[in-house]
Design a protein around this ligand. Structure first.
Ligand code: GRF
Length: 208
């Protein structure tokens, strides 16, 4: 039997990815519990979404980076989180933070990495002129948007796309692969070898 995953979700804004996780759990499609939602932005709509779902929240005021991160670590450890999900968290975590949770932090990014890392990935894709872009869920390491890739989904770029229309098309896929990656992690099916993440057909528990 797989143990129920204890998720800590870090957010900064709108929170549609957080909502996708909440909905999947509530619909019984994801065996996990969001034990804490942490934000660096007290006005994040994501915090409202968490409150409506009766999920505990914490606002950590950004200040000195080391203190800010120490407080986030304290809250995550206090809540015995086993997977940290960056769902639209707009700050770069230090190498120290990341090394504390090796292969225990995942991020959703709105491009097919390694293309278009960093901010405004959808705008970057449009301006570059690619015909296909998409989204990526990856483990977080010390390189921004550079960790081992878990899942990707491709999305076409149309001639009449705007940043908004393209972002909306990508977002639908983000919600899907983020939930799927959490599910695979929870089922202990992700095996990382160097940069490559292999997905076991069956969870380790079921194989034993
Ligand atoms: C998403 O596009 C995600 O890929 C990026 O930030 C955005 C967050 O959206 N990292 P939301 O707050 O989950 O709606």
């Amino acid at each position: 039997m797989n143990k129920k995953l204890r998720l800590g979700v870090l957010v900064s804004g709108r929170g549609t990815n957080l909502q996708a996780i909440i909905d999947s759990i509530n619909e019984g499609k994801l065996l996990a519990e969001i034990v804490i939602v942490i934000s660096d932005n007290p006005k994040a709509m994501a915090l409202e979404r968490a409150k409506i779902a009766n999920i505990p929240t914490a606002y950590v005021k950004p200040g000195k980076k080391s203190e800010f991160e120490r407080e986030i670590i304290r809250i995550l450890e206090e809540n015995k989180v086993n997977l940290i999900v960056l769902a639209g968290f707009m700050r770069i975590l230090s190498a120290d933070f990341v090394s504390r949770f090796p292969l225990r932090i995942i991020n959703i990014h709105p491009s097919l990495l390694p293309s278009f890392p960093g901010l405004e990935a959808q705008r970057q894709a449009l301006e570059y002129g690619v015909k296909i872009t998409g989204c990526t869920v990856h483990f977080v390491n010390e390189i921004v948007d550079g960790g081992p890739i878990i899942l990707q989904e491709a999305v076409p770029v149309y001639d009449d796309d705007t940043v908004e229309s393209l972002s909306a098309r990508i977002l639908e896929k983000e919600h899907k692969i983020l939930v799927e990656a959490i599910r695979l992690f929870g089922e202990n099916r992700l095996k990382v070898v160097g940069r490559r993440v292999f997905i076991d057909k069956e969870g380790i528990d079921q194989c034993l």
